[in-house]
Design a binder for this molecule. Structure first.
Ligand code: SAH
Length: 264
């Protein structure tokens, strides 16, 4: 074989190898190993069996405390609520990993750190009444329910809302009421709220939510920004009713859908 031919062969094999590596990097799902092929976080998980106690402790330590969440009520809630019972069965063993997961119908349960961070940002306490917009799986509502007096949560997709309500009830989170409807309108009958959390990204902060917030209260909400991303915003209403809006970190949420009537 001529040297030139050998060179061509080496280049050809190298190109094939590089293509294989790139493909492998971007499409880990194509190994036909189902969810095993998810890119897993680096933290080692001690398998503590079906109740996932160790996984929850590791999640709090390595994903939440390590990123600066310090509110002991929030940390306790995250360590207590069985996240694996809020995700579809096929994701159960991955439920304490550092990512969001699909919960069906195009929606997601948020990454544990984001749930903890948003809960901490609300600054709530045991006497508070909180409104959540975007029930989804019910996980965020369950976390809140261990901290506050009462949680009202609204979901626009009936099937998800009904499932979440049943799940919350069966797990004993009795201080949570779920309603099907457009949460951007708030829940006027139950207002005013000490805090409001929105777990879907809004084009702009819905006015009814600000109206239904108590003086001294907070809304935590992801809002679309100019750069096609979203920012997590904290809206504070002071004792005189003056509203101040602060931008915090960039986030990624499913969109807040507006315009459907309440079904209750
Ligand atoms: N907090 C959830 C995750 C929320 S995902 C959890 O812990 O699992 C966002 C949810 O907001 C989705 O279920 C979506 O259907 C819902 N949603 C979107 N627009 C809404 C609206 N206008 N009112 C109420 N829920 C809405």
């Amino acid at each position: 074989m001529l040297i030139a031919d050998k060179m061509k062969l080496v280049i050809f094999v190298s190109i094939i190898f590089v293509i294989f590596c790139v493909f492998n990097y971007f499409f880990p799902f194509l190994h036909n190993r189902g969810m095993n092929s998810l890119v897993l976080p680096k933290v080692a998980h001690a398998d503590s069996g079906e109740d996932f106690v160790m996984e929850r402790k590791n999640m709090v330590k390595y994903q939440i405390v390590a990123r600066g969440v310090i509110d002991s009520k929030v940390l306790k809630a995250m360590e207590t609520v069985p996240r694996h019972l809020f995700v579809p069965e096929e994701f159960r063993r991955f439920s304490y990993h550092d990512n969001p997961f699909p919960i069906g119908l195009g929606q997601t349960i948020s990454q544990p750190y984001i749930v903890a961070l948003m809960t901490e940002m609300l600054g709530v306490d045991s006497d508070d009444v909180v409104l959540e917009v975007g029930t989804g799986s019910g996980y965020q509502a369950a976390v809140l329910s261990t901290i506050v007096r009462k949680v009202y949560t609204i979901e626009i997709i009936e099937e998800l809302g009904v499932q979440a309500a049943e799940r919350l009830k069966s797990l004993g989170y009795d201080n949570v009421d779920v309603k099907i409807g457009d949460g951007s309108l708030g829940w006027p009958d139950k207002s005013p709220f000490d805090a409001i959390i929105v777990t879907a990204a809004a084009g702009k902060i819905p006015e009814p939510l600000i109206q239904q917030l108590k003086h001294g209260g907070r809304v935590v909400i992801p809002v679309d920004n100019f750069y096609l991303g979203q920012d997590l915003m904290i809206v504070e209403k002071d004792a005189e009713g003056k509203v101040d809006i602060k931008k915090t970190i960039p986030v990624r949420f499913v969109p807040l859908v507006e315009g459907k009537d309440d079904k209750q």
